[in-house]
Design a protein around this ligand. Structure first.
Ligand code: ARG
Length: 460
């Protein structure tokens, strides 16, 4: 038989392969809850404007509520010949309540219906992700506050550069996430617009009240233009853009966690519950969670490219191409939620190995800049000071001695401006404490930054 929803003008049934090829129910059933939510609002609006009677509205809503329960209990029989989530639910409604079920689609098309469903779905997802992001950011802020005094080497080019505090490093991560969080909230404003009422593309002849439908569904407003309403997927691309940036950041964090937990760095311990072992090497404890998060960035970047390419060159308004928007979008939501959850659980459990971090920071002449700054304070020009310290580093490499291990006499060979007070600036604690301005690595500044971040999070 031809599809009963649109088969009227057809003279032969759909080819069996084409039926399977064009069906989306295997994946778009993930929109079932939102599809029912949208249908209930649509029926409520139709009754308010007199297109449906109050009894018809009630029968439809009761039927849809029951269908939601059937789906949640896993008892709903999804049918591929019925093509997608929308027609599966509508057919079941008609099965349950009779001809009234066939009135639900009055003044509506699957084109404005699916666009509405995706927006509801993505709005829910955005809120869930935002909640997990808050948890992750809070974890970072608290750990940073606890580790405000912990000294570690800071790197450029992955070479020891200057000492920093571990808390400062963690708050750098927090800043990246704060920007991603802002991008998510900004994107949500463009998600939260109602397509229903646009119908197939041109609007509908029924006296629909789109403001009412928008209000019932918690949308900020109805979409301005019916053609745009059914064909716009910018909000989904933007969302995956946000997700790509977030996973790029989380992949950088992951990379550092992987390096730090190696025997060669040995800066942190990740609790066993976030790691796995090897089936052949009994000694192994692998940082799987950060490795997997680092790897998952790839699939999200791929989804971004998929959706951009999907939308490129599509003429207005709806095209079947758009059915391809769902799998990349769904997978992005699952991936991002899983990654942020994993990190939110793991971050508070990171155990810094403070003595190792400190020892590593003592190597590599990390206080060389401090010595140069000291000479400047004694009246030496910075370029000359740079050269003087460079010579003392060369001497230290030859003698296998850190600057702080040299005697005053040895240091004075390179500049007479060096005095007894030099040893205060050559210590790691002195070095970090001296960078005492907003945005600097001094422990006091880290504590102040943590409390500002804590306050910002409390305001969200
Ligand atoms: N399954 C379709 C999609 O995901 C629903 C809209 C179909 N509309 C249509 N006229 N074929 O985009």
């Amino acid at each position: 038989a031809t599809n009963q929803s649109w088969g009227g003008r057809f003279s032969e049934p759909t080819d069996a392969f084409v039926e399977r090829f064009t069906a989306s129910v295997s994946f778009d059933q993930r929109l079932a809850r939102q599809d029912i939510q949208g249908s209930i609002a649509h029926a409520t609006m139709l009754a308010r404007v007199g297109v449906l009677s109050g009894d018809e509205r009630d029968a439809i809503i009761t039927g849809l509520d029951e269908i939601r329960d059937e789906i949640e209990r896993g008892e709903f029989a999804w049918s591929v010949p019925l093509e997608d989530v929308h027609m599966n639910i509508e057919a079941r409604l008609t099965e349950k309540i009779g001809v009234t079920g066939k009135k639900l689609h009055t003044g509506r098309s699957r084109n404005d219906q699916v666009a509405t469903d995706i927006r509801l779905f993505l709005r829910d997802a955005a809120d869930e992700i935002a909640a997990e992001l808050v948890r992750l950011r809070q974890g970072l802020v608290e750990l940073a506050d606890r580790e405000a005094d912990t000294v570690m080497p800071g790197f450029t080019h992955l070479q020891t550069a200057q000492p920093v505090t571990f808390g400062h490093h963690l708050l750098a991560w927090q800043e990246m996430l704060a920007r991603d969080h802002e991008r998510l909230l900004d994107c949500r404003r463009r998600i939260n617009v109602l397509p229903l009422g646009a119908a197939a593309l041109a609007g509908t002849t029924y006296p629909v009240d789109r403001h009412l439908t928008a209000e019932l569904l918690g949308f900020d407003r109805p979409a301005e233009n019916s053609l745009d309403a059914v064909s716009d997927r910018d909000f989904a691309i933007e969302f995956i853009g946000f997700a790509s940036m977030l996973l790029m950041h989380m992949s950088r964090m992951s990379e550092e966690l992987v390096l730090w937990s190696s025997a060669q760095f040995d800066f942190i311990d990740l609790p066993d519950r976030f790691c796995t072992g090897s089936s052949i090497m009994p000694q192994k404890k692998n940082p799987d969670v950060p490795e997997l998060v680092r790897g998952k960035s790839g699939r999200v970047y791929g989804h971004l490219m998929s959706l951009l390419t999907l939308m490129k060159s599509q003429p207005l308004a709806y095209n079947k191409d758009n059915q391809e928007d769902k799998e990349p979008l769904f997978d992005t939501v699952t991936t991002v939620l899983d990654c942020v959850k994993a990190f939110a659980d793991m971050v508070p459990a990171i155990e810094p190995k403070k003595a190792h971090m400190f020892e590593a920071a003592r190597q590599g002449f990390s206080t060389a800049t401090d010595l140069a700054d000291y000479l400047v304070r004694k009246g030496v020009a910075f370029r000359d000071a740079h050269d003087i310290v460079g010579q003392s580093v060369a001497y230290g490499l030859q003698q296998e001695k850190d600057l702080s291990e040299m005697t005053l006499e040895e240091l004075r060979r390179f500049s007479g401006a060096i005095g007894e007070d030099v040893f205060e600036v050559l210590t790691l604690e002195g070095s970090v404490a001296a960078r005492n301005h907003i945005g600097g690595t001094a422990p006091d500044q880290v504590r102040a930054a943590a409390s500002r971040a804590r306050a910002a999070l409390a305001e969200l």
